[in-house]
Design a protein around this ligand. Structure first.
Ligand code: ADE
Length: 230
């Protein structure tokens, strides 16, 4: 069975968007994964197809109605999948969570717009809140695209070589070493000598040193975890 994503959204035209291209798009066309973008507005109850209303207690913005959102979830979510509400209040996405999601059967993503969902819909369905970083996006959709991109590239057969996954940052726990290709001299800039030396052992050692130095300098938080695990 393909890995399956169900996205509940007020903007289904945003999907697959960039995930219809390149690696993810090819895998989608091949049936490695499926994407079902469902319009939440289809679950509105009234003639005007209302999905949101003003917040109790006052204040700016609109809140998505719990009855409409809950009906959309009930009709489209199946309990074997994780039910995720992209939100800046959530656990911050990392590669460990991405691996967990990729290992499961799929996810249901409930995208909020405006001020987000009525808290009761989140509570009633025990939605997992997941943030893609300490930034405020205009809605859950771009966050959903980020999560799906990160997961889909890990699905079996999507990313070419197994080693290109194994060697990259967050799998090793280090940020990546610098990469170079032809021409060997460009605009007066040369490629580090060791990389053209043909000594595989020295190349590997240089790359590891570079990865460690970059991680230590730029991301002391990742470096601390890496040193702990050694
Ligand atoms: N919705 C708005 N901002 C978000 C963020 N940073 N992560 C996940 N969902 C969001």
């Amino acid at each position: 069975r393909p890995w399956s994503a169900v996205v509940l959204t007020l903007f289904p035209e945003m999907f697959p968007g960039p995930l219809g291209l390149s690696l993810a798009g090819k895998a989608l066309a091949e049936g490695v994964w499926t994407l079902d973008a469902v319009d939440i507005r289809g679950y509105a109850r009234d003639r005007h197809r209302t999905v949101d209303d003003t917040p109790f207690g006052g204040g700016a913005g609109m809140v998505m109605r719990p009855d409409v959102v809950s009906d959309a979830v009930a009709a489209n979510h199946t309990p074997e999948r994780r039910l995720i509400y992209p939100s800046p209040r959530g656990r911050v996405l990392d590669q460990a969570l991405v691996r967990e999601l990729a290992a499961g059967p799929g996810v249901t993503l409930v995208c909020g717009r405006y001020e987000g969902l009525d808290q009761r819909a989140i509570d009633a369905w025990s939605m997992e809140e997941v943030s893609v970083g300490d930034v405020v996006l205009s809605g859950g959709e771009p966050a959903a695209l980020v999560m799906l991109d990160a997961v889909v590239r890990l699905l079996p057969g999507v990313t070419g070589k197994a080693e290109s996954l194994a060697e990259e940052s967050f799998e090793t726990g280090l940020l990546e070493y610098p990469h170079y290709t032809r021409p060997q001299v460009w605009d007066g800039r040369t490629v580090p000598e060791v990389l053209v030396s043909g000594h595989h052992g020295r190349v590997a050692q240089w790359r590891r040193e570079q990865a460690e130095a970059i991680t230590r300098n730029r991301r002391p938080d990742l470096w601390a975890r890496y040193v702990e695990k050694e």
